[in-house]
Ligand binder design. Structure first.
Ligand code: NAD
Length: 367
């Protein structure tokens, strides 16, 4: 029996509601796939500010560092909006990413055929299926490069940031992307601007070197401007995209728009490839949705799909991950929808809890 310890950080707003449904899915996975999860809940975000005065209490950090994986709901809300930046709920999010050394952000964008109408693209561009994983480097690049600042030279105001990567930062994110590709379509497209930027040339060279460890995965390269265009002209061509922090910031949002609905988008942040002892943090892309919190209206599928990512990427439980994803697809195929993804009359609209029950039943019956 595989034994894994999880820390749950439900957070604020709809966070606790969607995390509860993901736990339901995990309990069924336990019954079917020879794995057992011990779970502890810890405070983060506004809930932690109310209970402990800070958005990320030290006990939460300690618990997460000991866990095999962390599942986060969402943090924030109007109640805490007036607080200074360093004690706002969102500071907890940045803090935990730093404490856990999460340098890789993985965001899949899947267009489920049943939800093709939610995509911002024409149906003929997405109906054959889109399943893209954007692997974004999270701790380097122009956002953190030094020197950065502002100054006046010859009477003119200047501002500057520094795009900088070292080879070890590039190698480790490339390895995460290749390892993830191995568990999906076995194709990586590395995105850079090597035709103009020296950083891009180093990026490309190091990705090529890292590729030698993964000969079973295909590697291609694309300039970022072309990638931005290809994502909307022919999104079906991509499997895994790996790129630096700033390009990934933009391309992951673009590919999210291709998928369409916030309530359907999972994510993972990792400190290494599976089996290397790092902790993964899994969370839906959406926020705490204060406008619908406490009303059983939240879509739990992004969080349930985040659990599927956890099973696949942190624990290598591919069969269990497949079963969760298949159950979500089946529920959609049968016409069940939460309010945010309902469009047609033939659809059966349910609340957060009922959607969680439907997916749990689907996992239980998955063949
Ligand atoms: P949001 O993602 O919370 O909500 C945007 C819109 O999408 C709302 O209309 C909401 O009802 C809807 N929505 C989001 N998730 C949904 C779901 N699962 N099911 C159904 N509908 C859903 O973004 P926002 O309104 O800009 O931010 C609200 C709060 O969340 C803010 O305090 C913000 O700082 C915080 N936030 C947190 C995270 C995070 O924890 N990772 C991310 C983004 C925003």
């Amino acid at each position: 029996m595989i034994q894994k310890h999880l820390v749950l950080l439900p957070g604020d707003g709809i966070g606790p509601e969607v995390v509860a449904q993901a736990v339901k899915a995990l309990r069924v996975v336990e019954k079917r796939f020879g794995v057992s999860f011990s779970m502890e809940t810890a405070l983060m975000g506004g809930a932690a500010i109310d209970a402990a005065g800070v958005p990320l209490p030290p006990e939460t950090v300690a618990a997460c560092k000991k866990a095999d994986a962390v599942l986060l709901g969402a943090v924030g809300g109007p109640k805490w909006d007036g607080l200074p930046n360093n004690v706002r709920p969102e500071a907890g999010l940045l803090g935990i990413r730093k404490e856990l050394g999460l340098f890789a952000n993985l965001r899949p964008s899947t267009v489920f055929p049943e939800l093709a109408s939610l995509s911002c693209l024409r149906p003929d561009l997405v109906e054959k299926g889109v399943d893209i994983l954007v692997v974004r480097e999270l701790t380097g690049d122009v956002y953190f490069g030094k020197p950065a600042g502002e100054e006046v030279r010859d009477g003119l105001r200047y501002a500057f940031n520094n795009m900088i990567y070292n080879e070890s930062e590039i190698r480790r994110i490339a390895r995460v992307a290749f390892a993830a590709a191995r568990k999906r379509g076995k194709r990586v497209c590395s995105v850079d601007k090597a035709n103009v930027l020296v950083v891009g040339r180093l990026w490309r060279a190091v990705v090529e070197e890292a590729h030698k460890e993964f000969p079973d995965v295909d590697l291609s390269h694309m300039y970022v401007d072309n990638c931005a265009m290809q994502l909307i002209m022919n999104p079906g061509q991509f499997d895994v995209i790996v790129t630096g922090n700033i390009f990934g910031d933009i391309l992951s949002d673009e590919s999210a728009a291709v998928a369409g609905s916030l309530g359907m988008l999972p994510s993972a942040s990792l400190s290494g490839t599976a089996g290397e002892g790092g902790v993964g943090l899994y969370e839906p892309v959406h926020g705490s949705a204060p406008d619908i919190a406490g009303r059983d209206k939240a879509n739990p599928l992004a969080t349930i799909l985040s659990v599927a990512m956890m099973l696949r990427l942190s624990f290598g439980l591919v069969e269990a991950a497949d079963a969760v994803e298949k159950a979500v697809r089946e529920v959609l195929r049968e016409g069940w929808r939460t309010g945010d993804i309902a469009a047609g009359r033939a659809e059966k609209v349910v609340g957060c809890i009922a959607m969680g029950d439907l997916v749990a039943a689907g996992i239980e019956n998955a063949r």
